[in-house]
Design a protein around this ligand. Structure first.
Ligand code: ATP
Ligand code: MG
Length: 390
């Protein structure tokens, strides 16, 4: 019998009446993700989703890794099915968990019996298998309260299962259950993390990037495509929109007071993001802004930036320190790409003395020389779309 993967549901189980739709979404997300690793059967039973290889060509290791990156799953383990017979269960446990049983100092056996026709109760089964394992591994003490290793046994209709140790899954909610949002993706450390954090809460992402050739290079653009690519094991496939920003930036430089360059530029980003959101039926805008990190991220500056949009602006990093952001960035696999040294359009034409406490009236006034509508329209019309495949 073939080894398989068990995924434990996270917050999905708290969803009451909506639970069915959350669970269905999670199953279809898992199905899509593991389909890259072979032919698997994915189904749920009692708060667990089973990912079962259908034939020998399946890459179980890759599928296990994929399951760990699906939001909505809190823990993942592998399990070996065997005959529903105590001796068969004991030898399966010894063979399957030999490394863990040899390394641990203490253990216990926990059994679940879905098949009520099985001749032993759960407690009897745990005792018999626990006794046999204790004999086979004499240094291994039984500790029912805080064991280092728990051997899980499960008696189901079709077979008995021995579980390996569970490892943490991605947590959060199934992607797509929280609707969708436009996420502003720069080439920095922050915005891939803010995108990931919202995806973790079930939000499907529509990434938008602004680029300013020739001030920003092809390498900078490739870097953003690479960042989006690195998010796909978590966020699934995406469509990245690349918005030409050169004309807007040059116009701002030509017609606006220098101190307001960055703020006005950010107002344009928000306006265009909102237009992209409307087009994609997305319900909010996500940024990697963090309070106090730079002049354009003070409370006064944030107010001036979001003044031009009516959709909610989600800033999941707002209260985080750089260190915490970096830690997540390493964990999700975007850090190494984020630190590649290419310029971003935010770093061209930066004012020498940016306003940290701007007044809304001043910013509106400073911007009034521009034909905002026409500039946004041209940028929208000249977007480039890049499909980021899983
Ligand atoms: P990051 O590390 O994500 O680049 P940052 O600390 O450098 O962020 P800013 O450059 O002020 O901060 O940008 C703040 C946010 O604005 C970014 O996190 C991102 O969401 C958005 N942003 C900045 N530049 C761009 C860009 N070129 N394209 C799309 N979004 C951008
Ligand atoms: Mg940046």
């Amino acid at each position: 019998m073939q080894e398989m993967i068990l995924c434990k549901l996270g917050e999905v189980v708290l969803k009451g009446l909506n639970r069915r739709s959350f669970e269905d979404k999670l199953i279809s997300n898992l199905r899509r993700r593991v389909s890259k690793c072979g032919n698997f059967r994915v189904y749920s039973k009692q708060s667990t989703i089973y990912v079962e290889p259908v034939n020998d060509d399946c890459d179980l290791k890759a599928a296990f890794q994929a399951c760990r990156q699906v939001f909505g799953v809190i823990a993942v383990s592998r399990a070996l099915p065997c005959e529903k017979d105590v001796q068969a269960i004991i030898s399966a446990a010894k063979k399957y968990l030999d490394a863990e049983l040899s390394a641990a100092k203490s253990f216990k056996v926990e059994s679940k019996r879905a098949d009520k026709n099985f001749p032993l109760t759960s407690i009897q089964l745990s005792q018999q298998v626990g006794g046999a394992l204790h004999q086979a591994y004499p240094y291994l003490a039984v500790d029912v309260h805080e064991p280092e290793l728990t051997v899980f046994l499960e008696i189901r209709d079709d077979a008995a299962f021995v579980h390996g140790p569970a490892v943490p899954g991605a947590g959060g909610l199934p992607l797509g259950m929280g609707g969708s949002a436009v996420t502003l993706l720069s080439g920095g450390i922050d915005s891939p993390v803010s995108s990931w954090m919202m995806a973790k809460r079930g939000v499907a992402l529509e990434p938008v990037h602004f680029f300013s050739p020739p001030y920003t290079s092809q390498a900078a653009k490739d870097k953003v495509i690479e960042l989006a690519q690195r998010l796909t094991p978590w966020c699934g496939r995406m469509r990245l929109q690349i918005v030409p920003f050169t004309e807007i930036q040059e116009e701002i430089r030509r017609a606006c007071p220098e101190d307001f360059f960055t703020l006005i530029m950010r107002r344009f980003m928000m306006r265009i993001a909102e237009q992209c959101a409307e087009e994609a039926h997305a319900k909010s805008i996500v940024t990697g802004e963090c309070l106090g990190q730079v002049a354009s991220q003070t409370m006064e500056a944030l107010r001036c930036t979001e003044d031009v949009v009516s959709l909610p602006v989600l800033r999941p990093l707002i209260g985080m320190d750089k260190e915490e952001i970096v830690r997540i960035s390493r964990k999700i696999g975007t850090f190494d790409t984020s630190i590649l040294p290419y310029e971003d359009c935010c770093t061209v034409f930066t004012p020498r003395h940016p306003k940290t406490k701007p007044h809304l009236d001043e910013v509106r006034e400073a911007e009034s020389a521009l034909d905002v509508g026409a500039l946004c329209e041209r940028a929208m019309a000249n977007r480039e779309f890049v499909r980021i495949k899983l």
